[in-house]
Design a protein around this ligand. Structure first.
Ligand SMILES: *[C@@H]1O[C@H](CO)[C@@H](O)[C@H](O)[C@H]1NC(C)=O
Ligand SMILES: *[C@@H]1O[C@H](CO)[C@@H](O)[C@H](O)[C@H]1NC(C)=O
Ligand SMILES: *[C@@H]1O[C@H](CO)[C@@H](O)[C@H](O)[C@H]1NC(C)=O
Ligand SMILES: *[C@@H]1O[C@H](CO)[C@@H](O)[C@H](O)[C@H]1NC(C)=O
Ligand SMILES: *[C@@H]1O[C@H](CO)[C@@H](O)[C@H](O)[C@H]1NC(C)=O
Ligand SMILES: *[C@@H]1O[C@H](CO)[C@@H](O)[C@H](O)[C@H]1NC(C)=O
Length: 443
């Protein structure tokens, strides 16, 4: 009975605030309504604007129409669970995880935490790669605010299992919704398993598109069907620059989006990029040798710009605006390196997805130095050890430059400054402040 009154109360409150805060209403209904597989997907990028601007009355109707069902569910006397837990966990509904990162922050690795979840996960690796490439080709350098909107629309389509918006950006254009060119298809388990992996009769492209199986080109219709059949959806991207551009996505009542922002010490990022993209970073190497870094150089400005964008996004998330409350989590690369299992469990709890034995096993296999019974050799890297390597590869001079231009970002995330090379090179001095970034599971 208590629950029944609570629901009625919530409805009354919802009615009162509907004019001002349609956002809150959709959040309340989020919790009350067991959302079903989206039946229709927007054809135009404006689709969600109508949904959000004009969605409140429809939402209320839906909410009221579902109330009957809800009462039945909640009056089940065998359920002794805490109400909030009960409403908050709505275990039947679909979840959408957006893993937001920048390059060299371990995002592929963390993406695997979700990719490896098991049969109820549909994971996509950097689908926005196609969009960025097309925008760059078309515009010769893209307009930030325009591309942010397009990125969001494509992500929205994908979370709704509609590949249509993405398809327009795949080059060459897919024929009959079939393409051999989806970027890093093999990084997505669900695109490489039955039934999406269509058997190869005669592969005109003379190559297979998955690592472990002989799959033909990707049939996006099949991919979409597979997506619709899965309960959880995760997308990893390094291409979204500003968290607040995602607001309409987070507020879309058809979705249950949670954002995990992955950050890393900017000094380590630079060190890692200098190794990974060696030729692009020749100027940095030259500067390190001269001992002179021109701070008005475009490269340095770009570094600063990147740091500022990451910080601004994190500030938005950590300030817990109403539209994002309970839906944002900040994770440091270094914490994952030290405690991969604990952090993965936290991410799953935050996402309200059960942590699966498959994911656990994958993490174990890929983070620990495993001593086989024979004890002869170990093949996996010690991830804590790995997380320190950058300190021996970055020239001290460059570490100082990063500290100068990325100072506020480092402070926000708890990365300690070094004043001399000895400290940089002394492994027993931690450069990481213990810090908890609070977030709430239920709001
Ligand atoms: C959405 O709204 C825009 C203007 O606000 C309108 O032009 C468009 O037709 C609407 N779309 C739908 C699907 O209602
Ligand atoms: C919402 O849509 C209805 C038609 O479905 C329209 O009559 C009404 O004016 C719209 N309200 C707003 C606030 O756009
Ligand atoms: C980007 O596009 C928007 C909207 O078309 C426009 O207002 C803005 O001035 C553009 N910015 C740049 C840097 O071109
Ligand atoms: C792709 O899959 C759909 C759904 O099974 C099927 O109807 C369609 O014929 C397939 N497309 C091609 C080109 O094989
Ligand atoms: C990994 O390296 C860290 C730091 O050197 C060390 O403390 C830890 O014991 C190592 N773990 C394993 C499993 O070897
Ligand atoms: C490294 O730092 C620790 C703790 O401050 C200090 O005890 C040790 O002597 C330092 N090692 C070197 C080689 O400077």
């Amino acid at each position: 009975m208590r629950t029944k009154y609570a629901i009625v109360f919530i409805c009354v409150v919802a009615l009162v605030i509907i004019e001002k805060e349609s956002n809150i209403l959709s959040r309340v209904s989020d919790k009350l309504i067991q959302r079903q597989t989206p039946q229709q997907t927007p054809q135009t990028p404006l689709g969600y604007n109508n949904a959000t601007q004009n969605g409140s009355m429809a939402m209320l109707k839906l909410l009221l129409s579902r109330l009957g069902d809800m009462k039945l569910n909640y009056s089940n006397p065998t359920e002794e669970q805490d109400e909030e837990e009960d409403i908050g966990s709505y275990s039947g509904s679909h979840k959408h995880i957006l893993l937001l990162a920048t390059t060299r922050t371990g995002s592929s690795f963390v993406g695997e935490f979700f990719n490896q979840h098991g049969e109820n996960m549909f994971y996509l690796f950097e689908p926005l790669w196609h969009v960025e490439r097309m925008l760059t080709m078309a515009a010769g350098g893209s307009n930030g605010s325009v591309s942010a909107g397009i990125y969001r629309d494509v992500l929205q389509g994908l979370f709704l299992c509609d590949f249509g918006p993405l398809e327009k950006f795949i080059s060459p254009l897919p024929q009959d919704h079939v393409t051999p060119d989806l970027f890093r298809r093999e990084s997505s388990l669900s695109l490489c398993e039955e039934p999406v992996c269509s058997p190869v009769v005669k592969d005109v492209f003379e190559r297979y598109h998955c690592k472990t199986r002989r799959c033909g080109p990707l049939n996006l219709t099949l991919a979409s069907e597979s997506c619709l059949s899965k309960r959880h959806h995760a997308i990893k991207t390094v291409r979204v620059r500003q968290l607040d551009t995602l607001r309409p996505l987070v507020e879309d009542p058809r979705l249950d989006v949670r954002v995990i922002q992955l950050v890393r010490d900017p000094r380590a990022i630079l060190a890692s990029r200098m190794v990974a993209f060696s030729s692009k970073y020749q100027t940095w190497k030259a500067w390190a040798q001269d001992g002179q870094v021109p701070e008005d150089d475009e490269e340095v400005k770009r570094l600063k710009g990147n740091c500022d964008q990451i910080r601004v996004s994190a500030e938005v998330g950590l300030s817990q605006p109403a539209w994002l409350r309970g839906r944002y989590m900040l994770v440091r690369y270094e914490d994952i390196a030290h405690y991969p299992m604990q952090r993965a469990e936290e991410m799953y709890r935050f996402a309200r997805i059960p942590f699966s034995p498959q994911a656990r096993e994958w993490i174990l296999r890929n983070t620990q130095t495993t001593q086989e019974a024979s004890g002869v050799y170990s093949t996996q890297k010690n991830s804590s050890e790995q997380a320190l390597k950058w300190r021996f590869s970055i020239p001290f001079k460059l570490a100082q430059v990063v500290q100068k231009v990325c100072g506020p970002t480092m402070e926000l995330f708890g990365y300690k400054f070094v004043d001399d090379e000895e400290t940089l090179l002394n492994k027993s001095i931690s450069l990481l402040e213990e810090r908890l970034f609070h977030y709430s599971y239920y709001q």
